[in-house]
Design a protein around this ligand. Structure first.
Ligand SMILES: [Zn+2]
Length: 367
């Protein structure tokens, strides 16, 4: 038996953003606060949206940090309160969308960001998300991660109210995405897929979507990074992001993400690169426990799990990602602390193979 719940209304296609009037049917009476990433501002996407919504945009928040903070979320909530807007639009990468999601709950409930994270019974204001990168899948997922600098941790939150009402996915908005962001967010698509497959909560739906996302990313990520075949490649990566987001909304992430949070909060490793560092190790040990993982590798045209993971590691190198603790500038004396933190993460329990701290340190030591 498995259950499916994916309530996001998705609109996908090139050039969609030019016709907001049609896209926002049903939102006629609403006034908005827009949360925009720097790229949306620089590339005039924000202007395109504001000009179509005219006087229904009561405020705009920019300057959300790369790993969004409680303070970033509180700024959005404050803007909602000050303007009396009744709906939120988040346009940007995963950071902007995650912050907007959490703010949509705070604005509806009169709560600060920290209270939103700890609150059990939640509701939110209408929420529309428009991604400008391919990778986080935040536009279609039921989760968000906010950094709390007072305790030095990244705090994930999830639940049905963390799904958006509407995701407008226009691959053209990702055409100007810089190389580094393309690499780091693109590799996260694959980490989400690997984590959803090597997961005790997997089901036929999540496996199918995650496998297709891997196929698309293996085929297109390098050429998009190289700036070739932008239209077809960017379309494929936007699609892969949307598909895998629906997969890991069912399963959650697992080992690679559990390890990644500490690498990001303590050592500043970008999210996708932090997950990609260990995701191959997790897939390998999970495949030794569950033959399904080898079948999936073969369905993607590889002879074995090892061959697929070799191809993945080659891809990582070819798009400029660092592949060892050494390259990341992290001394291996920190492995015990990294393992200790990872084992405290809820998504570590999703992993097929469960390791103790000594075993996890031994695994991490292979990098
Ligand atoms: Zn991720």
């Amino acid at each position: 038996m498995f259950k499916l719940f994916h309530p996001v209304n998705i609109k996908f296609g090139e050039g969609l953003i030019g016709d907001l009037e049609t896209l926002l049917e049903g939102y006629e009476g609403y006034n908005f606060v827009i949360v925009a990433g720097n790229s949306a501002k620089q590339n005039c996407i924000l202007r395109v949206i504001e000009s179509q919504l005219d006087n229904r945009v009561l405020g705009t928040v920019v300057g959300i940090e790369e790993n969004p903070t409680m303070e970033n979320v509180d700024t959005i909530i404050e803007m909602m309160n000050n303007t009396n807007a009744d709906a939120l639009i988040g346009i940007g990468g995963g950071s902007v969308m995650d912050a907007t999601k959490v703010a949509s709950i705070g604005a509806a409930m009169g709560l600060s960001a920290r209270k939103v994270i700890s609150e059990k019974s939640r509701t939110r204001v209408p929420l529309i998300l428009i991604p400008t990168t391919s990778g986080s899948s935040s536009e279609v997922t039921n989760s968000a991660v906010i950094s709390d600098h007072t305790i030095g941790k990244k705090l994930p939150t999830n639940g049905p109210e963390v799904f958006a009402d509407l995701a407008i996915i226009d691959p053209e908005l990702t055409y100007t995405c810089p190389k580094g962001v393309t690499a780091i967010s693109g590799i996260d698509i694959m980490c989400h897929a690997f984590d959803a497959i090597g997961n005790v909560k997997h089901n036929p739906y999540s496996d199918t979507l995650a496998t297709e996302a891997l196929r698309l990313a293996f085929k297109h990520l390098k050429s998009v990074y190289d700036g070739e075949n932008n239209r077809e490649g960017r379309h494929a990566l936007s699609l892969a992001t949307m598909l895998v987001g629906q997969a890991f909304s069912q399963t959650g992430t697992s080992g690679s993400h559990a390890v990644s949070y500490y690498l990001t909060s303590e050592f500043g490793v970008p999210h996708g690169e932090a997950c990609a560092l260990t995701v191959d190790l997790w897939y390998k040990i999970n495949s030794e426990e569950d033959p399904r993982l080898e079948e999936i590798a073969k369905s993607l045209g590889f002879l074995s799990v090892d061959e697929m993971l070799d191809a993945f590691n080659e891809l990582k190198k070819s798009i400029g990602l660092r592949t060892t603790f050494d390259a990341l500038g992290i001394d291996k004396k920190h492995l015990a602390a990294i393992a200790e933190d990872a084992l405290l993460q809820a998504n570590m329990k999703n992993n097929i193979v469960q390791l103790n701290e000594a075993e996890l340190v031994e695994l991490l030591n292979r990098k």
